[in-house]
Design a protein around this ligand. Structure first.
Ligand code: PLP
Length: 425
């Protein structure tokens, strides 16, 4: 309904003035989300500080914005206070960076004859040695974000730990920062994942956050799927440590009973970040721009849809408790499947079931066996499984992610898997 209304209103939302209600409702509805999830108050639009929330289209967009914001912030620091780089002389990085400050372009027309404009915050001469980090379990959109932001990416090996699943440890992050500085690179952001795509593993923000703060790295959290579960008290461990985070994003359109697209993104210091995306044209200027929020400064596109109607309608229609009920049912059904799949003694869990996801494989088997089984299940067409691999081990994945899924469906899924496994092995 909200999408139909958004389409019907046909607002383009270029600026606050072009559709004030679009911006105002987005600001309010994201404050409600902060309250419902117990996120830090400083993420609220109504908070006195510089924090804010915005609805992006996707997690990929948010990742890209976070990388570019972190990159610009680091460029700004280097340009503003070259002493920030005093470790340069200690590590020998200085040789690699020789001349970097001479080449820095300021925010002006670079060349009067041609009119070429050099970007100040997005100055490639400064960020050419930048390196960013993520887990080797991060979603492919992180690699895409790094690629399009033209920065180096180092994927850190995730190890089994928290919840028996895969995540990056402080030690791994700290070692990488040390090694890369010695190699002449400039680490600038750690892009953490809460709820990895392959196995729903978690990079522990309460542990990694202090490392980022100490080392001066921007911290973005991609919680595309898992984030919504923090609406429930028992899943609040997912958002522990959020006070250390520079930006946090999750897709309400995944587990939040809201249709695509609705991807809230919160910034600790949105006012600061908005300067990196600011281009002012006379046709966009309005008399309220010094007092009203213009979301165009926190996204790539200028125009935007009235996405907050979806949060408002869903909360008004069903209430947060209905979403919580759905999240809990999802998790319970997944836990049920995790038990059922062990019943014939042929299967084992690859990692413990987490939220709606169960990862499993045949016991004492090869990757080829599991791939053969997965292909046979999908060729059969009664159910569909999307497999994955972690560090070379292939496994099958069953996820409960629909409001319509019942225990009968879960039992049916188990029966189909057992029947086909019995036929093949
Ligand atoms: N991050 C994670 C952890 C995901 O699981 C996904 C999609 O499955 C994404 C990012 C990409 O999401 P989007 O389609 O919103 O860009």
């Amino acid at each position: 309904m909200a999408d139909i209304l958004s389409g019907g209103i046909a607002g383009i939302g270029f600026t606050w003035k072009s559709c004030p209600s679009m911006t105002e409702l987005e600001m309010s509805s994201l404050d409600w989300v902060v309250d419902l999830m117990g996120l830090p108050e400083h993420f609220k639009n109504s908070h006195d500080g510089p924090g804010c929330g915005i609805i992006q289209s996707t997690a990929s967009d948010s990742t890209m914005i976070a990388i570019m914001a972190a990159r610009a912030s680091h460029v700004e620091r280097i340009k503003a206070e070259p002493t920030f780089m005093k470790w340069v002389s200690e590590t020998g990085v200085g040789k690699t960076l020789k001349g970097i400050f001479d080449r820095v372009k300021v925010n002006k027309i670079d060349d009067e004859a041609s009119g070429i404009i050099a970007p100040y915050f997005h100055d490639p001469a400064v960020f050419e040695r930048f390196v960013m980090y993520c887990s080797d379990q991060a979603h492919s959109s992180v690699e895409k974000g790094a690629m399009l932001s033209a920065v180096r990416l180092r994927k850190l090996k995730a190890t089994r730990g928290f919840l028996g699943n895969y995540g990056v440890t402080n030690e791994t992050l700290q070692n990488a920062i040390k090694e890369d500085r010695a190699r002449g690179y400039i680490p600038f952001i750690f892009l953490a994942t809460v709820g990895t795509t392959c196995s729903c593993g978690v990079d522990q923000i309460d542990e990694l956050g202090p490392v980022c703060v100490e080392e001066g790295l921007y911290l973005h959290v991609d919680a595309a799927y898992a984030g919504t579960f923090a609406l429930c008290d028992e899943f609040k461990y997912l958002t522990r440590g959020m006070e250390h985070v520079d930006s946090f994003n999750f897709n309400l359109h995944k587990a939040g009973m809201i249709n695509f697209d609705c991807s809230p993104m919160f910034f600790k210091n949105g006012t600061h970040v908005s300067r990196y995306f600011n281009v002012d044209a006379i046709y966009l200027a309005h008399e309220y721009q010094s007092t009203a929020a213009d979301y165009r400064h926190l996204q790539v596109a200028l125009g935007r849809r009235f996405r907050s109607l979806k949060i408002w309608f869903v909360l008004r229609n069903m209430g947060a408790d209905k979403i919580r009920e759905y999240l809990r049912r999802t998790e319970l059904l997944a836990a049920e499947f995790a038990k059922l799949i062990l019943e014939n003694g042929k299967f084992e869990h690859f990692v413990p079931q987490h939220l709606g996801l169960t990862c499993f494989r045949l016991k004492n088997s090869t990757n080829a066996d599991n791939e053969k089984l997965c292909n046979a299940i999908n060729d059969d067409r009664r159910i569909h499984l999307v497999p994955s691999t972690v560090h070379g081990t292939y496994f099958l994945r069953m996820v409960v992610c629909s409001q319509l899924t019942t225990l009968d469906d879960v039992i049916y899924g188990r029966d189909v898997i057992f029947e086909i496994a019995d036929r093949l092995f």
